[in-house]
Design a binder for this molecule. Structure first.
Ligand SMILES: CC(C)(COP(=O)(O)OP(=O)(O)OC[C@H]1O[C@@H](n2cnc3c(N)ncnc32)[C@H](O)[C@@H]1OP(=O)(O)O)[C@@H](O)C(=O)NCCC(=O)NCCS
Length: 164
């Protein structure tokens, strides 16, 4: 809170995700998705072959390094997949989702991936717009795939992008 007050314009670094980040990653995931994944689940994923991630941390706060979001990616046999991505609501629309995705795309390319896939709720306007601006195109749709807290069903879009 005090940090927010003192640093009127936050600056962030985007760095590789480490096991020690998993508690904050899980807390943010729980805040931004209806079904959260616990820190053990994130640790297990991050330890799997081909899985990597990036986190954003504020660099100009006075007393801590506030968490600015994460992306988790899996790369295998030339294909990469966004497993999950989230940015805290209070840091939304500062370009962090874009920067995290760029870091994931670059790393996946350098590991040899030729295509990246992701799945997104069709009504998630922020995410669908972000992915569209990054060059992802819809390649499939799973009707009534998600069930919201109110029981309402919504479709999942499968999107992909060529990396090279
Ligand atoms: C999707 C999410 C990661 C975007 O992160 P963000 O840091 O706010 O996004 P950015 O600031 O990098 O936005 C980049 C571009 O994406 C688009 N965008 C982002 N949020 C948007 C919104 N709420 N409405 C419309 N377009 C949006 C815009 O084109 C934006 O560029 P602009 O700000 O210059 O117009 C974030 O909203 C989030 O964490 N949502 C909850 C979790 C989630 O839905 N994850 C994706 C699951 S598949």
């Amino acid at each position: 809170m005090f940090d927010d007050y003192l640093s009127w314009k936050p600056f962030f670094e985007v760095v590789p995700m480490e096991i020690s980040d998993c508690v904050e990653v899980s807390e943010l995931h729980g805040a931004r998705f209806p079904r959260g994944w616990n820190d053990g689940e994130f640790q297990n994923l991050l330890l799997q072959k081909g899985v990597f991630g990036f986190v954003a941390r504020q660099t100009n706060a006075f007393f801590s390094k506030p968490f600015g979001g994460f992306v988790l990616v899996r790369e295998a046999a030339g294909e990469a997949e966004i497993l999950t991505i989230a940015v805290p609501e209070k840091f939304g629309r500062l370009g962090l989702g874009w920067r995290l995705m760029q870091a994931g795309l670059r790393e996946a390319t350098s590991r040899g991936a030729e295509t990246m896939f992701l799945e997104v709720e069709a009504e998630n306007k922020a995410a669908v717009t972000l992915y569209g601006r990054l060059g992802f195109k819809k390649v499939g749709e799973r009707p009534a795939y998600y069930t919201g807290a109110d029981g309402r069903r919504s479709s999942a879009l499968v999107m992909s992008r060529v990396l090279r």
